[in-house]
Design a protein around this ligand. Structure first.
Ligand SMILES: N[C@@H](CCC(=O)N[C@@H](CS)C(=O)NCC(=O)O)C(=O)O
Length: 327
């Protein structure tokens, strides 16, 4: 018999712990619902339409201007661990579009406080050298990729059915399996917030608050919303191991997307010798967990590493070293 089952004090402590857990869970649920409502209050399309379109078109026109002084200053507001932000970052990196990243603190989101749109990614375009806060914005990763792709010369890929299918896979199934694996248990959900410790811009009190509040919320979201979604879509059967299923999904990319359908030979990228938007979305989503246990386990359990290395190279990054979170 354990310590807590002994005597009155033990029973009281167990009772108190139970009430705290239920209360904590309830609180997390209320916080989550409030946040959902706030996040829905301004749709991306409405926010984008309210921007200064003339300024935005000017920035687009000069995105890759030969005279680099004419190019806009670009800032990507993101969470490092947001898979949708990862797709935008990957697109900018692969096409060598210069930009800075602004890490948004995920609890209070102070960096985007002034914005009526409450999610990340958000892309800000400033005239070169002008004040940070005066730029025009473009938000939502789908919209950002759809808008920038034609400017980068790959607009035709937006209509390619096979590319569309893999992009949808990356943004739905792959994202959901990653969320479930990262938030496998309450302890794992807590550990997923360790990345925040490396950002000096975020006060320590926020870091603590984030772990205490954010981890239970993310665990609850994963179990109550993400898991049932995967079960409903038939991607996860009751009782199946989430980790095994995640690795199977990644293997599906290796065996199907990275094989030429005509010659049946494996190819470096889905796009052939160059990454296409399918590669960019899949890679971008996976970068949200770079350095995490889940990333290393995917590399250990599948044949994805050569593609990851090739994508790193195309994105201008050094190849990832397993077990070295900072690589
Ligand atoms: N459809 C949006 C989804 C973006 C999204 O859901 N971002 C999450 C982070 S992964 C977010 O900002 N959630 C709001 C929050 O953290 O309050 C996109 O593709 O950009």
């Amino acid at each position: 018999m354990g310590f807590f089952s002994k005597g009155r004090l033990g029973r009281k402590l167990v009772g108190a712990a139970g009430v705290t857990a239920i209360g904590g869970g309830g609180f997390a649920y209320v916080v989550y619902q409030r946040r959902l409502k706030e996040n829905k209050s301004c749709p991306a399309e409405t926010f984008n339409a309210a921007q200064n379109q003339e300024q935005l078109q000017h920035a687009f026109k000069n995105l890759l201007a030969k005279d680099t002084t004419q190019r806009p200053d670009i800032q990507l507001y993101r969470y490092t661990t947001c898979p949708f932000c990862g797709t935008v970052k990957a697109l900018l990196d692969i096409y060598h579009v210069e930009h800075n990243c602004v890490e948004v603190e995920p609890m209070f989101k102070g960096e985007i406080k002034a914005m009526s749109y409450k999610k990340v990614p958000q892309l800000r375009f400033n005239a070169k050298g002008s004040d940070d806060k005066n730029g025009t914005m473009l938000v939502d990763s789908d919209i950002i990729v759809d808008t920038l792709a034609p400017l980068l010369g790959v607009g035709d890929q937006l209509k390619d059915e096979n590319i569309k299918q893999w992009r949808a896979w990356a943004r739905n199934q792959l994202v959901r399996f990653l969320v479930l694996d990262i938030n496998y248990s309450l302890v794992e959900a807590w550990k997923a917030y360790n990345y925040i410790d490396s950002f000096d811009t975020i006060p320590w009190a926020n870091k603590v608050f984030l772990k205490v509040m954010g981890a239970p919320v993310m665990y609850m979201v994963a179990q109550k919303f993400t898991r049932p979604k995967l079960v409903r879509s038939g991607d996860l059967k009751e009782g199946e191991d989430v980790r095994v299923r995640l690795h199977q999904e990644v293997t599906k990319y290796v065996n199907e997307a990275l094989v030429d359908p005509k010659t049946k030979k494996s190819r470096t990228f889905h796009g052939g010798v160059k990454p296409d938007l399918a590669d960019i979305d899949a890679y971008g989503v996976l970068q949200s967990i770079r350095g995490h246990r889940v990333y290393d386990e995917i590399i250990g359990a599948t044949q994805i590493k050569p593609w990851l290395d090739a994508m790193d190279k195309a994105a201008g990054r050094a190849p990832y070293v397993v077990g070295n979170a900072s690589s």
